[in-house]
Write a protein that binds this ligand. Structure first.
Ligand code: GLC
Ligand code: CA
Length: 546
């Protein structure tokens, strides 16, 4: 399948490039930067939602699935963007937010008037003694049910209250969503990303669920495989590039979602590897990453998926995650080495790699120090919750500085010029000071830059089939800070070694002389090998082909 050999680039439209000086990235901005993406070598671009929206969740609250938010441009801009990418051989993947709509969507507006047909598009229930039907919390830290006085009913929202959940049990809802897919397919879109897709099938006996996180009762629900297959086969997107965002899913389900025999999706996102620095599973409690756990998760998922015909998206970064170099790497002395090491680790794994805008530059967290600098609903809610839990303002701000989604949403750093070359106006979100040296222009000029390294990573995938198609096996290195894995295809072997450590390390690696495909430092690994023990430099990474 073509998607195995592809690399996807994710654009957060609001922060990519502003073409008209209003401080907000837009579709013409994406079009203007297509040559840059072509030069990077990516095959697909996933663009985050740019549809009409009140923007309570920055566009993941969609008011109209088949139109363009004037803030981002017009339908003509969108068509021009698709056509231009097409000429360059780049396909667009649009972001389908089908678990919920915005409360501004016409379906929900009709539901609120008491129209029974549209009330059945959503999940309305009676309360119990003036309280919600269930004691559920939503993902952004609020209760998951909202009361509507004129209906005397409550509706479910697993995210913000402005994002009411759709009722997928209603076939009219499923059909209406299929029409959305057909609409964008008709515009020449080449693939789709489905937002929190594994939450759409709600429990059969909703009223009987216990209390706690609403999403935990809805994930991988009893009709989920049926719903996905129906949506995909009815719209004829089986052979397109599709990826489902799967919240807290299982390996078992991901194999089924992505195994071609099930006729569901091309691949899945899951997030277990991005929770290894959550203290007691709490995103808002800080802890250094547990590298042994990280290693275990990758080993298990990679090997099982490989053995049983599943396929994953492989990634570190997106618009919901803090920047990886700030998180598992080093922003200081080893900024370049660690960013390159993290890229190496992902790009040689089995799966389709995703690059999130600015990752290819080694962009860092935002380093905001006041609550006013933040924009995202989730972190603003949690700031209040952390203060209620008794944290000082300073400690709460430290948590946000490491965990807020705004860390990845700062504008793309194009140059050392005004506003990092992102806009002529005033940017909607503050730009980190390090744009003076972390930017596209500076990295184009530096042959040793992270940007050039990512170009090489992407190019190698096209040159060596073993990267896209090989089996994968994790190796024991005897050092939990040094990860190594082996890919194999038709008697060929590719060994990848990555040190997640800022110190010199020693690790057991069965290394044989071969072709060094790339490395992020000196290429004298063989000389540093003594009786099967390799001396590694901080954040060293390399790949050898035998
Ligand atoms: C997904 C999106 C996130 C959004 C949420 C609700 O997780 O990636 O940005 O807030 O779904 O739509
Ligand atoms: Ca703009």
């Amino acid at each position: 399948m073509e998607h195995k050999n592809s690399v996807v680039y994710q654009i957060y439209v609001k922060s990519f490039y502003d073409s008209n000086g209003d401080g907000i990235g837009d579709l013409n901005g994406i079009r203007a930067k297509l040559p840059y993406l072509k030069s990077l070598g990516v095959d697909y671009i996933w663009v985050t939602p740019f549809f009409p929206s009140p923007m309570f969740d920055n566009g993941y609250d969609v008011a109209d699935y088949c139109a363009v938010n004037p803030m981002f441009g017009t339908m003509a801009d969108c068509e021009a963007m698709i056509a231009e990418a097409d000429k360059l051989g780049i396909g667009f993947m649009f972001d389908m937010v089908f678990n919920h709509t915005s409360w501004d969507h016409e379906w929900f507006k009709k539901a609120l008037t008491g129209d029974p047909e549209y009330m059945d598009y959503y999940i309305f229930r009676d309360g119990v003694d003036g309280k919600p039907p269930l004691d559920w919390t939503a993902s952004f830290g609020t209760p998951a049910w909202e009361y509507v006085p004129n209906l005397d009913k409550w509706y479910l929202h697993l995210f913000d209250k402005s994002q009411p959940d759709l009722n997928w049990e209603n076939p009219k809802v499923r059909d209406a969503l299929k029409d959305v897919i057909r609409f964008w397919k008709g515009k020449g879109v080449k693939g789709f990303r489905f937002d929190v897709l594994n939450l759409v099938s709600k429990p059969e006996h909703l009223e009987q669920c216990g209390s706690g996180s609403g999403a935990s009762y809805c994930k991988d629900g009893h009709r989920i495989h049926e719903f996905i297959r129906e949506m995909v086969t009815d719209t004829g997107i089986e052979n397109m590039v599709t990826v489902g965002e799967m919240a807290s899913t299982t390996l078992e389900n991901c194999i089924r979602y992505s195994n071609p025999e099930s006729r569901e999706l091309a691949m899945c996102f899951n997030f277990h590897h991005l929770k290894v620095d959550y203290k007691n599973g709490d995103k808002w409690a800080l802890m250094p990453p547990d590298l042994a756990q990280l290693h275990g998760i990758f080993r298990q998922w990679q090997e099982e998926m490989s053995r049983r015909g599943g396929w994953n998206a492989v990634f570190w970064c997106n618009h919901d995650q803090p920047r990886i170099v700030s998180r598992f790497g080093d922003e200081g002395e080893y900024w370049k080495q660690s960013a390159k090491m993290l890229g190496t680790f992902i790009h040689f794994l089995r799966g389709t790699p995703y690059v999130y805008q600015g990752e290819e530059l080694g962009m860092t967290n935002a380093h905001y120090t006041t609550i006013e600098q933040y924009n995202d609903v989730e972190c603003i809610n949690y700031y209040k919750i952390l203060l209620e839990r008794g944290l000082s303002e300073q400690d709460a701000l430290e948590v946000l500085a490491q965990r807020s989604r705004d860390n990845s949403r700062t504008p793309m750093q194009w140059s050392a010029g005004r506003n990092a070359g992102f806009t002529d106006g005033s940017p909607w979100l503050e730009i980190p000071a390090n744009y003076s040296f972390i930017n596209v222009e500076a990295e184009e000029d530096d042959p040793d830059s992270i940007l050039h390294y990512y170009r090489t990573l992407i190019k190698l995938r096209k040159e060596y089939p073993i990267i896209a198609e090989g089996e994968v096996r994790f190796l024991e290195t005897g050092n939990e800070r040094v990860f190594a894995y082996e890919r194999s295809l038709d008697g060929q072997r590719l060994t990848v070694v990555c040190s997640f450590s800022g110190q010199n390390e020693a690790a057991n690696v069965d290394l044989k002389p071969g072709t060094l495909l790339l490395c992020n430092g000196a290429s004298d690994q063989m000389a540093r090998l003594e009786n099967g023990t390799l001396a590694l430099r901080p954040y060293e990474a390399f790949a050898v082909l035998n």
